[in-house]
Each structure stands twice: as C-alpha cells, then as structure tokens.
Design a protein around this ligand. Structure first.
Ligand SMILES: O=C(O)CCC(=O)C(=O)O
Length: 324
C-alpha cells in the first residue's frame, strides 16, 4: 500500500538561505556517492549545535511511497500487539537514508547517575543518542519559540529544565508520513546510533506515565541487521521460563509499530552481538507521543544530557567529538 505525502507544516517552512558545504574529501566510491546527493537547505534552531540539512530530493520523493509493504500483525502472544513492516522504507533508498542520518545528525553519549539506597552508580549509555520534539502541552511557533499549546503564549523561562529542540525537516518528513500511514500521533523523534555490535539497549519497556495509556511507538531500523528481543514482564504465578523471549532480526528499512498493551506487558531489547553485522553501524529512529512536560524532560535528560556533541567523521569513519 503506498500513500502520497501531505505537505509539511512546520516553522522551518521557508528554505534557509545558508548553503551547506559539501562533505570533506572522500576516498572510496560509496563515499563519493554520499557526497553527490547533498541538499542545500537546512533546519536551524538556537538549540542545535549546527544546522541539519533537508533530505536529498531523491530520498524525499521515494519516501512518498511508504510503506513499501503491508504490515504483518503479530498478536499471537498474550498482551502483544505489533505491526511489523518488512520493509517500511523502500529498499532503493535505505542505504542513502542510513548514511544521511549517520552523517548529518548530532549525537551524544549520555552519562548519568542513578541512586539505589545510599549507592550512586554512573551509567554510560551504551550507544549514541539524540532527540527532538515537545510534549502535547506546548509547541514551537514559526520563530522556534516554545509556546503554550492551549493559548499560544510564550512559556516563561524555566518552564522546562531542558531546552526542547524542534524536529528538523529531515525527520519531520518521516513523522508526518508515519502519522498518515498508521493513524497514530507522534510528537517526538528519538534516534539511536549503534556503532557496532558492542552497542546495545537493555531490556526495558516504554511504559512511562507521560506516554499515556497504551502508547503507540513506531521504531525504524536502518543499517546493520540486529536482533530485537521481546519478553513478557514477569507474571505472578508463572515461571519466567514459561514466557520464552521472541526474536526478530530487524533489517535495514524495517519498521515495528508497538501498540496496545505491548508496552505495559512486554520488555524489549537490542542485545550486544558478535559476528554477522557486528562490525557495522545501525540507526534506530523511534517516533513517540509524550503527553506532559515530564516526558520532554525525561527524553532530553537521557538522550542529550550535558556531555559533548558527536558527529560522524567521514575520513575516520566513526563518531568523533565535534567542536564549532
Ligand atoms: O534500537 C531499537 O530497535 C530499539 C530502541 C528502543 O528500544 C528505544 O529506543 O527505546
């Protein structure tokens, strides 16, 4: 089933006049191809370390035809409700789209401490992350100022402990298309970059109260194949072994829509892996809807934090600390 995109409605509306410099010298054939498709219009905001280019026109055009296949409903286990698209993004653009996000976005390697009783533990997030969006109580006006969603007045300074970032046009396209295709509403885009099989996300569920009841989360995979594990939360009276984990090997372009009772009853993870695609990177983009301010604060704390900015280095071919 293919759907045409509808027009974007964001404050980035007018093309920015700033031209982007092409990427620095490139050495192999794949890299040269990357460099030829750069777009020269950008999304900028005072909270961005640097402007983010729009999607190249060929990618943008092809995205009008998502989803590339019908989703398969997976609801044959208690409380599980998934819609699995293999793929969602047309095969002919997945590589370019993966390289675009890896090359253009800014990322963070967030560290934070948790306190259990008297013991403080430092957590080093085992992947690169970045986030854009604002919960339902507020929105950005055409100048990029955060305003009250109900009455349109600018929010007083300090309304948020973080500095919310508008979704740049390159991700806004995906958000709008996915809303149109799924009928779900999303106001956040979280991006994970797993640089190798050593990066991971441990078992968790996206069941925070700020997401409301039975949240729908659209989760996109680009780049390396990785295993996506799901296991039922412990149920009183049932031995854990009775709930065998499920495994899906997510490929580039796939999308899993997790919905219904999934988050309240199931945990999911991307474990570390050896062999296979372990030496390759993977991008995951999740679209979500946060209902209240606490969601915005949580997402920026754990996906931006206070550490340094990282950007893809085309010659070193890895994420490197970025300085203006
Ligand atoms: O990388 C993935 O596929 C899963 C990401 C995820 O679970 C999360 O960001 O909460």
């Amino acid at each position: 089933m293919s759907k045409r995109n509808r027009t974007l409605d964001s404050f980035f509306g007018a093309p920015a006049s700033k031209k982007l410099k092409p990427e620095e010298v490139v050495t192999n054939k794949g890299e040269e191809e990357e460099a030829t498709h750069l777009s020269n219009e950008v999304s900028s905001h005072s909270t961005y370390p640097f402007p983010l280019p729009d999607l190249p026109p060929d990618i943008r055009e092809t995205l009008n035809f998502v989803p590339a296949s019908d989703g398969q409903t997976i609801n044959d286990r208690p409380d599980l409700d998934l819609l699995y698209f293999q793929p969602y993004i047309p095969k002919e653009i997945v590589r370019e789209l993966y390289e675009f996000f890896r090359r253009e976005l800014f990322f963070y390697r967030v560290k934070y401490t948790i306190k259990r009783g008297p013991t403080e533990t430092q957590i080093n997030t085992p992947r690169f992350t970045t986030v854009f969006g604002l919960d339902e109580t507020a929105r950005f006006d055409e100048n990029g100022t955060v305003i009250d969603a109900a009455n349109g007045t600018p929010l007083p300074k300090g309304s948020y402990k973080c500095n919310p970032r508008p979704i740049p046009r390159c991700l806004e396209v995906l958000r709008e298309l996915t809303q149109n295709a799924t009928g779900c509403t999303f106001n956040f885009a979280l991006v994970n970059y797993y640089s190798s099989g050593n990066d991971s996300i441990s078992y968790h569920s996206d069941d925070e109260r700020f997401l409301g009841v039975d949240p729908a989360i659209a989760s996109f995979s680009l780049g390396a194949k990785r295993d996506f594990l799901l296991k039922h939360k412990p149920t009183p009276g049932k031995h854990e072994s009775e709930s065998k984990p499920m495994k899906f090997t997510l490929a580039s372009g796939d999308m899993v829509l997790m919905r219904g009772k999934t988050q309240s009853n199931w945990l999911h993870s991307i474990p570390k892996r050896k062999g296979g695609d372990a030496d390759k990177g993977r991008i995951n983009i999740t679209l979500r809807r946060a209902m209240v301010k606490g969601g915005t604060e949580n997402y920026y704390r754990y996906n931006v934090g206070e550490g340094e900015v990282y950007k893809w280095h085309p010659e070193k071919r890895e994420m490197m600390p970025w300085t203006p």
